[in-house]
Design a protein around this ligand. Structure first.
Ligand code: ADP
Length: 426
């Protein structure tokens, strides 16, 4: 089997979320970290998702990184390209969604694409081109105050039109509800009228499946991870991929177990509390580290006679008042970078000491750990909780990694992850 679907995701945890959706639809999927070099091999993958960090970088850089990823995916055999962004369409008037999509269209020699960030499972829906987060318009949701991409206009047609040269149209839900043929006809009509882009309404998973089917011949599709719901069936109908059996099977990984927690979200705080009552926990003190204490070395020394089959945990995770105190003293960015550096050092030390099964909590934290470990790609396996699958790294030594962003996972996540891994590997 060769790669049939190539995806470019504009951030890391979003890429994992997409991989998870594809695997659940029965596609063998590999996630690559950053635009891969020529020497990267993705054995058996039917879908490859390249995870960039291009959501908020300058638009020119986002375009060049995306085009580099596209070139690699095309060489790997991808027949269709999916550009994945956030289900809240995180972007500014400068981009990066519109300009990246137009650059990809140009490079593919294609003249039309669709945009559908809807993800009903997470209560993101689009109606008459307006994006809703739960029951609120996008512009009335928490996204209006996002520090980097505040979303204050709920009309995706208007938002995208400010970012693109080509005209932006809309396929309304009344059409989507009539199914794939009607949707394809609407695309054709828009194209005929000189539109290059179409926002597409979707309020339920079956809408996304119908949209995916209608776009089976598109060179480029864009959307949130929900849009991937309808794509594997197209490839299966065309005989291009397997029957989906075993898509989530991972090679068995044996070795010591640990958890690194750098997220301070509500969910992670609950997971830390659960774990504290049941496993050894080392608390990372950012202020001590800022004072010059060798916190990573202390953590590894603490770990030496505690490491084994049962997980031990290293946590910087703290409640909001403590985080605020640390940030007031060190600065927000500096505190984050300091802790991420400590997590990276601990991760390297743990792997050197035989850890092969690792759970990491926190999107930025996970990025720092994966980079420190030199991981270039991940095979995606079965999900532990919605949106968080186990993965096994490409290359040697093979590491089982569960990378959990912020608010994901039930309180018992850290422990249950390890029992789920045993089932997933057999
Ligand atoms: P999430 O996915 O929950 O947003 P991230 O890892 O992306 O988690 O972000 C959490 C950020 O907070 C990281 O930069 C991390 O280093 C930082 N952080 C972790 N613990 C603390 C703390 N006790 N004080 C200040 N910052 C912290």
């Amino acid at each position: 089997m060769t790669v049939v679907l190539g995806a470019i995701a504009d951030d890391f945890t979003g890429a994992t979320d997409l991989c998870n959706t594809l695997v659940r639809q029965g596609m063998k999927t590999v996630q690559l970290i950053d635009a891969p070099g020529d020497n990267v091999d993705t054995p058996e993958a039917e879908a490859v998702v390249v995870a960039l960090k291009s959501r908020t970088i300058p638009v020119g850089e986002a375009i060049s990184q995306s085009l580099k990823a596209l070139a690699w995916l095309q060489r790997a055999g991808a027949r269709q390209i999916l550009f994945k962004y956030c289900s809240t369409f995180d972007s500014t008037d400068e981009g990066n969604i519109g300009p990246v999509a137009e650059a990809l269209l140009d490079a593919l020699g294609a003249d039309f694409t669709l945009y559908c960030p809807a993800f009903p499972t997470l209560a993101r829906s689009i109606f008459k081109g307006y994006l809703f987060v739960g029951d609120a318009l996008l512009s009335e949701s928490g996204m209006k105050d996002h520090p980097l991409t505040p979303m204050r206009d709920p009309s995706l047609v208007r938002v995208l039109q400010r970012q693109t040269k080509g005209k932006v149209g809309l396929v309304q839900h009344a059409t989507v509800a009539q199914g794939p043929a009607a949707i394809a006809e609407a695309f054709g009509a828009l194209k005929h009228d000189g539109f290059r882009h179409a926002i597409v309404d979707a309020v339920a998973d079956h809408d996304l499946e119908a949209i995916g089917e209608a776009a089976k011949d598109f060179a480029l599709i864009t959307g949130g991870s929900g849009i991937a719901l309808g794509l594997p069936a197209n490839f299966r109908r065309a005989g291009l991929i397997g029957d989906g059996g075993g898509a989530d099977r991972l090679p068995q990984v044996n070795g010591k177990a640990a958890v690194l927690s750098g997220s301070c979200s509500q969910a992670t705080l609950a997971q830390l509390a659960y774990m504290t009552a049941r496993a050894p926990v080392f608390t990372i003190d950012p202020l001590a580290a800022a004072d010059g204490r060798k916190v990573a070395a202390e953590a590894l020394a603490w770990a030496s006679d505690r490491l084994g089959d049962e997980p031990i945990l290293f946590a910087a995770t703290a409640p909001p008042d403590q985080v605020a105190a640390v940030q007031a003293k060190l600065g927000r960015e500096a505190a984050g970078a300091l802790i991420e550096g400590i997590m990276a050092q601990i991760a390297r030390g743990l792997v050197a000491r035989g850890v092969r099964r690792l759970v990491v909590a926190g999107g930025e934290t996970a990025g720092a750990v994966v980079q420190a470990l030199g991981v270039t790609g991940l095979r995606i396996g079965r999900q532990i909780d919605p949106g968080v699958p186990w993965t096994v790294s490409l290359g040697e030594p093979a590491l089982a990694l569960a990378l959990k962003s912020g608010n994901f996972g039930a309180p018992d996540f850290f422990l249950r992850a390890f029992s789920a891994l045993e089932e997933a590997s057999t």
